[in-house]
Design a binder for this molecule. Sequence first.
Ligand code: 0RA
Length: 659
Amino acid sequence: MSSEPSDMIMEETKNKADYSASSIQVLEGLEAVRKRPAMYIGDTGLKGLHHLVYEVVDNSIDEALAGHCKNIYVTILEDNSIQVRDDGRGIPVDMHEKEGRSALEVVMTVLHAGGKFDKDSYKVSGGLHGVGVSCVNALSSLMKVEVNRGGKRYVQEYSQGKPLYPVKEDGTSDSRGTTVTFKPDTTIFTASVYSYDTLSARLRELAFLNKGIHLYITDERSKNEDGSFQSNHFYSEGGLQEFVKYLDSTREALIPEPIYVEGSRDNIMVEVALQYNTSYNENVHSYVNNINTIEGGTHVAGFRRALTRTFKSFGEKNKFFEKLKIEISGDDFREGLTSVISIKVPEPQFEGQTKTKLGNNEVAGAVETIFGETLQNYLEENPKQAKLIFDKVVLAATARHAARKARELVQRKGAFSGGGLPGKLADCASKDPDESELFLVEGDSAGGTAKQGRNRHFQAILPLRGKILNVEKAMEHKIYENEEIRNMFTALGVKIGTVDDSKALDTSKLRYAKVVIMCDADVDGSHISTLILTFFFRYMKELVEGGNIYIAQPPLYLVKKGKDQMYCWTDAQRDAATKELAKGGSEASVHVQRYKGLGEMNAEQLWETTMNPDTRTLKQVTIDSAAEADVVFSMLMGDEVPPRREFIERHAKFARIDV
Ligand code: 0RA
């Protein structure tokens, strides 16, 4: 150990004369966080709420990556407080003489103090914003930290980040570790209810990304039938190799085991796993220091370069491309490819719109070298698998040629080119994308009602006929031949790159900032909305990531008595409305209508409940976890029926996926 914890406190407060001066600074820091929480944790809604948990868990992950901790326990307590416990060394509690307070207090109350302790191991983990536990503390109405260390137990509690008392010794302990419990401040957050599924998805992801660590989650808010709490345990021995298997669990694998490599170069740790499946989609998931880099970056570039270069030269050497009449392209090696790239780098430079694009140039070479060598060895040592892959690659090249022709045909007919809007589109008057909305409506009849009910100044309607194509199973050229899909491209004014066969989406001419999927509130409607969502997720991911995609929420019930009526979206609302309208009288006089489809509402009702910005609720589709969304979509839209049924049953009557 190169530095004693007390040295570090010294560094923190070197130039500060006394306790009061540094205390004031701490308060100013906490105040800044409370004043502008979004600057530190992204937002103060559901996302930010969950982000608090990730920040705290990240500290324990770091302790585990440093080799001192094996188990991390996350518990959602009954009142939506969160507890995170680990069996690490425990945060140091040494008293700093000049400061008169313990290292523990500094870690918990000084912004960015956490990572400065262990100089030997850089902080690898760290949420998207990497702000540390003190920031979570500032945004909590109550926080408590318990440290078991050196045979003793220490405690301190805080309110809005301010200590309620100095760190105190509280008995003995024969275990080691840190426990942080916090209650998010309801005066800061607009959401307060934790999602077990969202937290589970992140812990599962962390288990795959950091093999060998046990992560547990328990939800004390709800009991199973046998009286136990809902809980889960995530642990991966194989790391990314198992991650890829999980991602492809409902797809058909081409080779028996994923190709896997782990190595390090220039202090950069690289881990890559890939598998080919019989689908036509590419799924890359990339991570830097456990952060999902949805915009990619130098690590992904290095991976792609190695893939193309190695496959190309191996294929040429072994005469796999001889019968092919067209030039092979990088895309051909990525059809039906599921891959995960995870690197850990000391000083990541994040760029891009959402700061999720890695900029460090030295990383590209490290990934390219480490992965390229392994891939080449794999192909040489596994000729049977190589043959399977190259047969698919050659097929992909042929299909790409067909797809390009289909795309060009579409382009000549008008789609992608911006001119000539679809005949079925009832466009809005406004030409300002920022205020314009496009409603994608299931069926011509509901489309007709929506046309009557809308505000034609800023709302456009595009009816979609019946079930749209399942893009999860269709080859690319089929997708461009599909009329409904072509209409969506044309109406939206977006283009798929046609110059270099790259699939990047050009959204510079996007005609509507909001795209609203409006389907019946029944099982069929939910299936159709999932099909449309799958299309956006696979072919217009940029719009999903940009927060442009919404799902309309038509009511489920109309509760009526005489002239009084109330719309209801849940069974609980329906029951409450029935009671209220009965006003102590008989509930038999109250009429409940269950809306099965949009078609049962007239134009005015549809406007009032579902389309009017002043009274409607829209659900914005966001990608919390791209990996989880990938698994859900491939499962929902794939061939295997049992997992789909299980998912739909678990998510009750009208499964809506939280992507
Ligand atoms: C720095 C030094 C030491 C422990 C930790 C940090 C630590 C922090 C957290 C946060 C959550 N769980 C944690 N566990 C440990 C200890 C240094 C030493 O013992 O020599």
